[in-house]
Design a protein around this ligand. Structure first.
Ligand code: C2O
Ligand code: CU
Ligand code: CU
Length: 527
C-alpha cells in the first residue's frame, strides 16, 4: 500500500509539473487550430488550463481514497443525498402526433426556460416543448414518423434518437447540426420491436452541457403483439418512466455546467427523477412496470428495493427479454435502460418502501396505497416472438468459441487524454468500416492505465446488438437482450454481435458525456 502510495504521489507531482510547464496549454492550442472545431472555445474555458488545475486538485484529494481510485473512476466521487420525499414524482406528458398522408407527425422544440427544481428558486434550464426534459414520443412499430423540429436555443444542437435504428442523416449525430432558429423535418420508419429508447442532443463538445441543463426525453416503441404479454401498460399508473439524473446545483441554485464540470465525469449530490428533486411516488398494490433510464452525464447507478425484495426484469436497452428474469438489483451506466416490474401486491413489507442505490441512499420513496379493489394480476408471459439468435444456448456456445473478430476497439485514457484505438474524434476520418446487413463480431477492450483506469459506457449508433461474452464468459442474464450501451471495466474484453441495416456514418463513443465531448468517439462507415 505504502509503495503504491509513493508511486502514485510521484506520478501526481509529475503530472502537476507537466501542467505547470505548459503542456496543457500546448495541448489546448493544438486542439484549437482545427478550424472546424467550433466547440473548442468552450472546451478550453471549461476544461482547459484552469479546469485542468482543478482536476488535479480533485485528484489529489482523491488520493486519500486509494482503494476507490484504483478500482473505480479517477478523482473523488460524490455521494448522493437521500430523497426527502417532499415532491410527488413528475410524470412526463405524452406528445400526441397528428396524422398527415400516412405519417405520424410530431412537433418538437428545444427551448430555454426557467424551472422551479428547488422550492422558491428559478433555475435556468433547457427542455423540449417545455422548460425541463421533454415529453414521451410513442412510436408504433411499422409507422412512418415525421418530427418537425425547431431549435429555439441560442446555440446549435442536434436531436439524436438513442437506440432507434434510423438512417445516419436523421440520426442526429454531431454532423447533423441544427442552427439557432432553424427548423427541420426528420422522417424515418420505425422498424423495431417494442422498447424504451430516448432522445438527446449530440453537438460535439456541447453534449454534456445541453443534456445537463435538461435536454432529454423518452421514446417508446409500441406494437400490438406486446399487448398479449400482460405487462402493466397504463401510462403513469402502473407503467411509469423513471429518468435518473444527478446534478450539482451552484450555491444560488443554478445548473451552471461549466462551474461544476469535471473532465472525467460531472457528478452531483442531488438526484432528479423525471426532473423532480426529493421525489416520492404513490403506487397501488399491484404489479408496476418501471422504465428506467440512467440519464446522468457520468454516474453509474445501482437500483434495488430497500427491503432486498426481488423484482422482474422484462427489458434491456433494445427491447423485451424473451424470458423475464428475477433479480434483486440492476446496475445502469449512463444511457443504459431497463424495464422492471415490481409486484407491490405481493411484497410482505410495504411500510417505508423505497428504491435505493447500492450504498442505501434513498432514491425514490414508494408509498403503497390501500387496495381499492382486489387486483388479480395476470402472470406475465414470456415472449417467444422476440426470440433473439443468442437466446438459443446452442448459438451462444458456438459464438463463445468463435475466433474471428471483425473489429477491435480499444478504449483508453482519462480526462483530455481519452481515445479510441489511440485517436480522438475527427469528423473527417473514418475509423471503422462495416458491411450493411452483415452480422459482425466487434471486440471491445478497456486498456487499463497506470492508475487502474475507468469504467466506460460504450455506445454504438445505428444498431441494437447482443453481448456474446465478457472476458470469454456469457454476460449476466440482465444483459442477455438487445443492447445499445454497455459498461466496460478496466481490463475487460467484451464481444458483441452487430448488424447494421442502413448505410452511412454512425458514431461509436463513450457515453460518459464528458469523455464523449473530449473526443472519446469514433466514426463507423457502413457500406
Ligand atoms: Cu446517447 Cu451518441 O448517444
Ligand atoms: Cu446514441
Ligand atoms: Cu469514458
Amino acid at each position: 500500500m505504502l509503495q503504491k502510495r509513493s508511486v502514485f504521489l510521484l506520478f501526481m507531482v509529475l503530472l502537476l509539473l507537466i501542467v505547470l510547464t505548459g503542456w496543457g496549454v500546448m495541448f489546448q492550442r493544438a486542439a484549437n487550430t482545427k478550424s472546424d472545431m467550433s466547440h473548442a472555445p468552450s472546451v478550453r474555458q471549461g476544461m482547459g488550463r484552469e479546469r485542468g488545475m482543478m482536476d488535479m486538485g480533485g485528484m489529489m484529494s482523491g488520493m486519500m481514497d486509494m482503494g476507490g481510485m484504483m478500482s473505480g473512476p479517477h478523482g473523488a466521487t460524490i455521494r448522493l443525498r437521500d430523497s426527502k420525499g417532499t415532491h410527488p414524482l413528475a410524470i412526463p406528458s405524452v406528445l400526441q402526433p397528428t396524422y398527415e398522408h400516412g405519417e405520424a407527425v410530431y412537433t418538437l422544440r428545444a427551448e430555454v426556460g426557467e424551472t422551479e427544481l428547488i422550492d422558491g428558486i428559478k433555475t435556468e434550464t433547457y427542455g423540449y416543448n417545455g422548460s425541463f426534459l421533454g415529453p414521451v414520443l410513442r412510436f408504433k412499430k411499422g409507422e412512418h414518423v415525421r418530427v418537425q423540429f425547431t431549435n429555439n436555443l441560442r446555440e446549435p444542437t442536434t436531436v439524436h434518437w438513442h437506440g432507434l435504428i434510423v438512417p445516419p442523416v436523421v440520426d442526429g449525430g454531431p454532423e447533423n447540426r441544427i442552427m439557432p432558429g432553424e427548423a427541420t423535418s426528420l422522417t424515418f420508419d420505425v422498424l423495431q420491436d417494442p422498447a424504451t429508447l430516448w432522445f438527446h442532443p449530440h453537438p460535439h463538445g456541447q453534449t454534456s452541457e445541453q443534456v445537463y441543463k435538461g435536454l432529454a426525453g423518452l421514446v417508446y416503441i409500441d406494437d400490438d403483439e406486446a399487448k398479449l404479454l400482460n405487462l402493466p401498460e397504463t401510462y403513469g399508473q402502473n407503467d411509469i418512466p423513471l429518468i435518473f439524473q444527478d446534478r450539482l446545483f451552484t450555491s444560488n441554485g443554478q445548473l451552471d455546467y461549466w462551474k461544476v464540470a469535471n473532465a472525467d465525469g460531472t457528478l452531483g449530490d442531488t438526484l432528479l427523477i423525471n426532473g423532480t428533486v426529493d421525489p416520492i411516488l404513490k403506487v397501488q398494490p399491484e404489479p408496476v412496470r418501471f422504465r428506467l433510464l440512467n440519464g446522468s452525464n457520468a454516474r453509474t447507478l445501482t437500483i434495488r428495493l430497500n427491503t432486498g425484495d426481488a423484482f422482474m426484469q422484462v427489458a434491456t436497452d433494445g427491447g423485451l427479454l424473451d424470458q423475464p428474469q428475477m433479480i434483486q438489483q440492476i446496475t445502469l451506466s449512463p444511457a443504459e435502460r431497463a424495464e422492471i416490474v415490481v409486484d407491490f401486491g405481493a411484497l410482505k413489507d410495504r411500510q417505508s418502501l423505497a428504491l435505493v442505490d447500492d450504498e442505501g441512499v434513498v432514491l425514490l420513496p414508494l408509498s403503497v396505497q390501500k387496495a381499492q379493489h382486489s387486483v388479480q394480476a395476470k402472470p406475465i408471459v414470456s415472449n417467444p416472438s422476440y426470440t433473439s439468435f443468442l437466446s438459443s444456448t446452442e448459438n451462444a456456445d458456438v459464438l463463445l468459441k468463435e475466433s474471428s473478430v471483425q473489429h477491435q476497439v480499444v478504449f483508453f485514457g482519462m480526462m483530455q487524454m481519452v481515445q479510441i484505438n489511440g485517436k480522438k474524434y475527427d469528423p473527417r476520418r473514418v475509423d471503422f468500416k462495416a458491411r450493411q446487413g452483415k452480422t459482425e463480431i466487434w471486440e471491445f477492450y478497456n486498456k487499463p492505465d497506470m492508475m487502474g483506469g475507468m469504467v466506460h459506457p460504450v455506445h454504438l449508433h445505428g444498431a441494437q446488438f447482443q453481448i456474446i461474452s465478457r472476458n470469454g464468459e456469457r454476460p449476466p442474464v440482465t444483459e442477455q437482450g438487445f443492447k445499445d450501451t454497455f459498461a466496460i471495466a478496466p481490463g475487460e474484453r467484451v464481444r458483441v454481435l452487430v448488424t447494421f441495416q442502413y448505410t452511412g456514418t454512425y458514431m461509436l463513443h463513450c457515453h460518459l458525456l464528458e469523455h464523449e465531448d473530449q473526443g472519446m468517439m469514433a466514426t463507423v462507415l457502413v457500406q
